[in-house]
Write a protein that binds this ligand. Structure first.
Ligand code: ADP
Ligand code: MG
Length: 244
């Protein structure tokens, strides 16, 4: 589904991602883990077109997509969860989804839209909110949602693209136990029929979700395999203990 070859990103002399060969199988939930600063987010940005690599390639199926911008990647069926910073406090959850759906019609550059037009997307918007457990808060301004609910809204926005490949960067970051277990259920549900790349620092989340785990350290692949195997790998244990 997704693969990289020799993928490398250098920031002013510092190599954040170093010669990474990654293969993500179709239909898998594939986790990228590693200590802080390992290069997870940088790799994630390279996979989604938010950064261009210094060298190496990214492929989606047979197609080379290295350096394509995020909107081109989105058209090829690749979506990432939005950042909370991209939510508008005054718009309701439903309005966020209506805007996202409207933008997919190809008339996304028109800033002003009539109420009538927007309501064309109301039904689908509610379906997506229901999928992430937000139907009850459809008409609540995003600014008033609790943290975990904002993250659920971001996920709904990514699902609006109906992606084949969904990339999630630390979906449980900053969450309490209750929201974490809710998010695990949610990710499992939206992963059906899709490929998911999940970046997470929390090994419990990864253990609950991932079919396959790639461990990064200092920009390089340290270990890769099923969770049960990787968590027992002495090099992985050392990498995590070293962080503490
Ligand atoms: P992780 O997500 O695994 O915590 P990051 O990919 O965010 O790691 O960062 C990896 C390394 O690259 C860190 O040392 C970080 O300081 C560095 N880095 C990330 N982005 C930039 C940037 N835009 N400019 C310079 N250095 C960066
Ligand atoms: Mg990160």
């Amino acid at each position: 589904m997704l693969s990289t070859s020799g993928l490398t990103k250098v920031f002013g002399g510092f190599t954040a991602v170093n010669d990474v060969d990654l293969v993500v199988a179709e239909g898998a939930i594939h986790a990228l883990v590693g200590p802080n600063g390992a290069g997870k987010t940088t790799l994630f940005n390279l996979l989604t077109g938010f950064l261009s690599p210094t060298s190496g390639t990214v492929r989606l199926g047979d197609r080379e997509v290295t350096g394509l911008p995020p909107e081109r990647m989105a058209h090829l069926g690749v979506a990432r969860s939005f950042q909370i910073a991209s939510l508008f406090d005054q718009l309701t959850s439903r309005e966020h989804l209506e805007l996202a759906l409207q933008s997919l019609t190809g008339r996304g550059r028109v800033f002003w839209r009539s109420e009538v037009q927007m309501h064309r997307f109301s039904g689908r918007a509610l379906e997506l909110l229901d999928e992430v457990g937000l139907a009850d808060q459809a008409d609540q301004p995003a600014g008033t949602l609790a943290y975990g609910r904002k993250r659920a809204l971001e996920l709904a926005l990514a699902l609006a693209l109906d992606p084949r490949l969904l990339l999630l960067d630390e979906p449980t970051a900053g969450m309490g136990i209750e929201d974490i277990s809710r998010t695990i259920d949610l990710v499992r549900r939206v992963a059906a029929g899709r490929t998911v790349v999940l970046v997470d620092h929390n090994m419990d989340v990864v253990g609950a979700l991932a079919d396959r785990v790639t461990v990064l350290q200092q920009g390089q692949i340290l270990a890769e395999g099923p969770y049960e195997q990787v968590r027992q790998d002495p090099r992985v244990i050392t990498a995590y203990l070293g962080e503490d």
